[in-house]
Design a protein around this ligand. Sequence first.
Ligand SMILES: NC(=O)c1ccc[n+]([C@@H]2O[C@H](COP(=O)([O-])OP(=O)(O)OC[C@H]3O[C@@H](n4cnc5c(N)ncnc54)[C@H](O)[C@@H]3O)[C@@H](O)[C@H]2O)c1
Length: 378
Amino acid sequence: MEIFYARETDIFQFQFMELITFEYMLESLRYNNSTIHFGSLADSGFEELLEKEYGSSKKIILTDETVGELWIEDLITSFPVLSHAEIIQIPPGEDFKSIEVCTQIWEALSEYQIGRNDLIINFGGGVITDLGGFVASLFKRGLRFINIPTTLLSQVDASVGGKTGVDLGPYKNQIGVFSDAEHVFIDPRFLGTLSDDQLLSGFTEMLKHGLIASEEHWNNLIALSKVDSQIDIELILQSVNIKKQIVEVDHKETGIRKNLNFGHTIGHAIEGYKLANDKPILHGFAVAWGMVAEAELSLMKGLITRDINEEIKNKIESKYPKISMDPSDFKDIIKLMYNDKKNRENKIQFTLISGIGMAVYDQNVTDKEILDVLKKVF
Ligand SMILES: NC(=O)c1ccc[n+]([C@@H]2O[C@H](COP(=O)([O-])OP(=O)(O)OC[C@H]3O[C@@H](n4cnc5c(N)ncnc54)[C@H](O)[C@@H]3O)[C@@H](O)[C@H]2O)c1
């Protein structure tokens, strides 16, 4: 996996910072045929690349109705190479990240007589990049695909790292494969039409990257007075770089990649519980408070100091609305944690932090400890 960073008309290979160090990283660096480009699509060589690498391929753009309405005309008119592309548009939202929608898309691909040499361009948020990557990876045993993520969350997280898949009823990401996009184009211009809440939701994953891997990144992020669509691309790049370095050494999440789950064990359970009770909350909001709770667990286990715990709580509290919960909800929330894919031998496995910028995975925590933390935080 290489990272390229485009500024105006220059494209230069980004010398990524070693924000995290893995002694064994160089030895176990795997070849990963994926390139991440930063900057405006036009300056990132998007059109040239499509002509050079995919000139003879039919092109399919997969998007959702919201992104389609806001951006598809702009995309097609800016890049004539896409003028003959077929567009597949699905309704927006997590409800459509399903196997039924995949079947419909596969049928459309068959109608368009798409073959192994053709290209899918996933143009949208994390739902589109997860679903589109999965659709591409399975159709005719694998089509090439490119991601153009349009939400902050998909730019810093979902579009990179090769996890693709769909939900199975209430179970998130239950069906999926590891499969990397050949190219990912991260163009912050698309963030201009995103709501403040969606921006903040994506920002959570950036904070998480700081907390698990780089105190410097965390400090840069918490120094921002507001999170808006003008967010510095360098910060996006730092976040992607942290994720890239982790997935490069542990693509299939057998070890260090589990660090990316910090905040998600409690966060996912809260998100699922709220959804089941018809009070859905944004993923990033649930994970932000999941990080507060899991920092509290880290304190309880003697992994971090009281000061660090307070800092995390205060910074998140100042940005994210408090999630209201009744103590009678807590037992059900803990039950949901037992469904987590990361568990082993029916034990809930947590990733905790041992400082700002340091994480430890596979931490066993008892139900009583989780209950105590939920009572304290919510
Ligand atoms: N594969 C991974 O590693 C990974 C990591 C994190 C999250 N995810 C997945 O990502 C999904 C969440 O991603 P998301 O938050 O991007 O959700 P999303 O794709 O549903 O996008 C959120 C909303 O924003 C709209 N939208 C997208 N781009 C826009 C733009 N530029 N302007 C205005 N509106 C826009 C969408 O239509 C949608 O309504 C979940 O399904 C989650 O499981 C995957």
